[in-house]
Design a protein around this ligand. Structure first.
Ligand code: ADP
Length: 504
């Protein structure tokens, strides 16, 4: 009997394989981190071969831990870090270079050039995205222009492009031996090359980046029994399992949080923060610095869209305290250290390490800690870091309310940082709304499992998924409106100090 669904959640810092039962509870998992390769300021790369090797390893380990085999699995789903760009040789399976990670800023001049003429507005309208180094199209253009021999290989039809979903799907379905070159609509909607209405590559947009059409994967729905084929018997699952669902990680978290009705929203606190609002079948174009993106497409149904506020640096600012400043030993110490003080004593930390994403979209910004005096300590910096995570989210919520007219009653949260109770209290305080965390913290993996399980009938309806959602804890605002306003005013002033720092 196939009583379980497996999910591969390949994130920015680690890859995990999780097994879920019908009640949406985790049965077991395996996880491993991959290297963050940072050859210079603003440059962030991953080794795609390492990512595939880690994926194989966590699949094998998760099945072994749970004492399961491929025959116990009804389906497998995949969620992945979005935008990170891989190019590889279809004959050898070798990547042509390291993958360019979504945080990498080397393509800021490509994005800036798009905005110097009409192309920027065409991208905004058709792809729903403001030109930014964040998205895959510019990264692919950079690789084509800078990796020796890549353009020739692409023009000869030997080179394939994919975000990491395509890379992993190609391997899972056979690699050089008949691997499928596919992607899902949510991942494709992050390239600046897909038309949000037709859900297909747009010739004109593809042309802006000089990309040969033969490099591009076929775009498929996010949940579909026939769209992705099956894993291979000689692969890490050791048998054939249908791949039923593929979603970008943030869209997967929407599904895992069961934000399946227009007006429902969640905020994921990982390396960066990603707040998404389901806008139903309506394409809402942002006037306030948000992205329009595909939330998911189930089967042959019309797609569901979302407004998204992406924030580049949140949990990774905590990593920075740990790895670069070395004022904490583990991410969880950020809470202990920040609790040593009652507030940040007037300092603000704007972690604009990769420029500022939503709602500002300023690639000329760089990070700053402002308001320092000799009095301040590491504890104040830790506190200011947690506050920065929350203020950035508040800015995105304000933009979302303006764009959609939806007033948020409660914010559903998930992701690594939500283990930090102090940070979640600060979020409720700064936002002035309830914050609610579900029992299953791994909403990204769960969403991938849901998409896969729905496709094969393991779950019969989204109602079943809704019944699986249970709250773990919630936080209620505990400061006055005046305190909130004063905090926000300081934050806005701090943000203004980081702008126009580098020229692009
Ligand atoms: P991703 O999927 O982007 O790799 P995760 O959801 O696994 O991210 O979250 C990892 C991030 O959460 C890291 O950046 C880490 O610094 C941060 N983090 C983990 N635990 C805590 C904590 N207790 N307090 C603050 N940040 C934390």
């Amino acid at each position: 009997m196939a009583d379980f669904v497996a999910a591969i959640d390949h994130g920015t810092t680690s890859t995990r394989c999780m097994i879920f039962g019908h009640d949406g509870r985790e049965v077991g998992r395996a996880q491993t981190e991959h290297r963050q390769i940072m050859p210079g300021p603003g440059l962030v790369e991953h080794d795609a071969a390492e990512i595939w090797a880690n994926t194989e390893q966590v699949i094998v380990e998760a099945l072994r831990t749970c004492e399961l085999t491929a025959g116990d699995l009804a389906a497998v789903g995949l969620a992945n870090q979005r935008e990170t760009t891989v190019v590889w040789d279809r004959h050898t399976g070798e990547p042509y270079s390291n993958a360019l990670v979504w945080q990498d800023t080397r393509t800021d001049h490509i994005a800036a050039a798009l905005d110097r003429d009409q192309r920027g507005d065409v991208i905004r309208h058709r792809a729903g995205l403001p030109p930014a180094p964040y998205f895959a199209g510019g990264k692919l253009q950079w690789l084509l222009e800078n990796v020796d021999g890549l353009r020739e290989a692409a023009e000869a039809g030997d080179a394939l492009f994919g975000t990491t979903d395509s890379w992993l799907l190609w391997h899972l379905t056979g690699g050089v031996d008949g691997g499928q070159h596919v992607t899902d609509v949510t991942n494709a909607s992050r390239t600046m090359m897909m038309d949000l209405e037709t859900l297909d590559w747009d010739e004109e947009l593809v042309g802006f980046f000089g990309v040969p059409r033969s490099m591009l994967p076929t775009i498929r729905p996010s949940s579909h029994a026939e769209a992705y084929g099956s894993t291979r018997g000689d692969g890490p699952f050791g048998g054939e399992v249908r791949i039923g669902g593929v979603l970008g990680d943030q869209q997967a978290a929407m599904v895992g949080q069961v934000c399946l009705e227009a007006g429902e929203a969640k905020n994921t606190y990982g390396t960066g923060n990603f707040l998404l609002l389901n806008t139903g079948h309506e394409l809402t174009r942002s006037k306030n610095g948000l992205l329009t993106t595909v939330c998911y497409q189930f089967g042959e149904d019309r797609p569901v869209y979302a407004l998204e506020g992406s924030i580049a640096v949140t949990g990774s600012a905590v990593q920075w305290l740990r790895d670069q400043l070395k004022i904490i030993r583990g991410a969880e110490d950020s809470e202990t250290l920040a609790r040593e003080v009652d507030d940040a004593a007037g300092i603000y930390f704007v972690p604009a390490f990769s420029g500022l994403f939503a709602p500002h979209w300023r690639s000329d910004a760089r990070g700053a800690i402002v308001g320092l005096s000799r009095f301040h300590t590491g504890a104040h910096i830790a506190r200011a870091t947690l506050e920065a995570i929350c203020y950035q989210s508040c800015d995105v919520v304000s933009a979302m309310e303006l764009d959609s007219g939806v007033h948020l009653e409660v914010l559903k949260v998930d992701g690594g940082v939500t283990a930090n109770d102090l940070c979640m209290q600060i979020q409720a305080d700064t936002l002035g709304v309830e914050v609610s965390r579900p029992q299953v913290a791994e909403t990204t993996a769960l969403g991938a499992a849901y998409a896969a399980g729905l496709a094969v009938g393991f779950w019969s309806s989204t109602e079943e998924l809704r019944e699986n959602w249970h709250e773990d804890r919630h936080w209620t605002p505990a400061i006055t409106a005046e305190q909130r306003q004063a905090g926000h005013a300081g934050w806005q002033k701090a943000v203004s100090r980081t702008l126009d720092w580098v020229s692009v």
